[in-house]
Design a protein around this ligand. Structure first.
Ligand SMILES: *Cc1c(COP(=O)(O)O)cnc(C)c1O
Length: 408
């Protein structure tokens, strides 16, 4: 037990939210059911009115999904959690449930490709005005959140550590500015996991996860979750998600429950591997720059050290290349790797590498890509659970091939 009388984190990861059935099963029960039956018509009426306890339909809630929600909520001491079918369903629902035509949304420019599409393409179609800022520039946040001659922003949205440029957001400072403007803060905390950073503890209103990434972490299923206050859950989120229907499948909730049990062991190991690889790449002659919050060379290293419990499982780097040869060098590197797989997923047991400019960030305008540092020679590496020396050997042999392509 910890000093405040709460169970320790590793215990909560394994036992949080566990609701055993009368059978006393060891493992969390998988309630693979869409609906529920009632002993009487009056009982059905009472449950629909919310006057009787119990589930009514798995789009609203399900006993296996509820165990996952309770376990994840326990990691951030969140009052409430709603699990979704994917991380993007969580991002979209957290924003769409509280924004209406005429509202303003301010977001950091350093965003995952699909988050960028929601903010810049989808929400504006419904009359929501969105403004992008340089997430590391507090003056830009302040101006955009409470502009002169315009209504203040309703919502501030950002990734706590951005995908794939690993920009670390000054969360306490942005939360203070948002609160002053009366804006609700929505933090996409996918890269940090609730182990490295807990946005709600730092004052954010809503914390959003992709279960697909580290929580499953074994490439098996999609999932997501929204952590928030009881009031936001009941008054804003539930009236939206019950009818919009982004619910998580019970089977995937069960898979994610098992993923949480080993999350701490995996993330600790992956952070250690990422640090070792980042240091090795930083000294490599074929590499122009390495972006990893744990390196002293990272522009927000001091902030990362203060905010994060560890520096993360993902790193990015840019290959040295003659002008116009960045893409050829990056493709040569990816194709020469023998162990590390080419894949746009991350947080997985298997180490995965991707070229954001031609995949996840392909639909971002070239000038926005340039502004966020996603150049043609830029690649993102998600460190898995393999033996670190094997990963380093694989990268070093592939970097030799990449160096030949980089010369043109
Ligand atoms: C992957 C990712 C998402 C979306 O998660 P899915 O489960 O793939 O829908 C959202 N935000 C960030 C930062 C991500 O990396």
């Amino acid at each position: 037990m910890t000093a405040d009388g709460k169970l320790g984190r590793a215990t909560r990861l394994v036992r949080g939210g566990l609701e055993r059935s009368p059978h006393g099963e060891t493992c969390e029960a998988l309630y693979l059911t869409s609906g529920f039956v009632y002993a009487s018509a009056a009982e059905a009426e009472a449950r629909f009115k919310g006057e009787a306890e119990g589930f009514v339909y798995s789009r609203y809630g399900n006993p296996t999904v509820a165990q996952f929600e309770a376990r994840l909520a326990g990691l951030e001491d969140a009052e409430a959690c709603f699990a979704t079918a994917s991380g993007m369903a969580a991002v979209f629902s957290a924003l769409a449930c509280q924004l209406s035509a005429g509202d303003r949304l301010v977001a950091s420019r350093a965003l995952f490709g699909s988050c960028y599409q929601i903010v810049t393409q989808i929400l504006p179609r419904f009359g929501i005005e969105t403004e992008l800022v340089d997430g590391s520039d507090l003056a830009q946040w302040e101006r955009a959140l409470a502009p002169k001659g315009k209504p203040a922003a309703k919502v501030a949205f950002f990734e706590t550590v951005s995908n794939p440029t690993l920009q670390v957001l000054d969360l306490p400072a942005v939360v203070t500015l948002a609160k002053a403007a009366g804006a609700v803060t929505v933090a996409d905390n996918v890269f940090s996991t609730p182990l490295l950073l807990r946005p709600l503890e730092r004052g954010a209103d809503i914390s959003v996860y992709s279960g697909t990434k580290h929580i499953d972490g074994q490439g098996r299923c999609l999932g997501g979750a929204i952590l928030c206050s009881r009031a936001f859950h009941d008054d804003r989120l539930l009236p939206f998600v019950r009818h919009a229907g982004p619910a998580l499948s019970p089977y995937n909730a069960w898979t994610l429950l098992k993923g949480l049990e080993t999350l701490e062991l995996r993330v600790e190991r992956q952070c250690r591997t990422a640090t070792a690889i980042a240091r090795r790449l930083e000294a490599h002659p074929a590499v122009a720059r390495v972006v990893y919050p744990g390196l002293e060379s990272h522009p927000q290293h001091a902030l990362a050290a203060e905010l994060l419990e560890d520096f993360g499982t993902v790193l990015s780097f840019e290959l040295k290349a003659a002008p116009g040869q960045g893409k050829a060098a990056a493709f040569a590197l990816l194709d020469a790797l023998e162990l590390i797989d080419i894949s746009n997923n991350l947080g997985d047991a298997k180490s995965l590498i991707t070229h954001p400019a031609t995949t996840t960030h392909r639909s971002m305008p070239a000038e926005e890509r340039a502004a966020t540092g996603i150049t043609d020679g830029f690649v993102r590496l998600s460190c898995g659970l393999e033996t670190p020396a094997d990963l380093i050997a694989d990268l070093e042999q592939a970097l030799e091939t990449a160096a030949l392509a980089a010369a043109g």
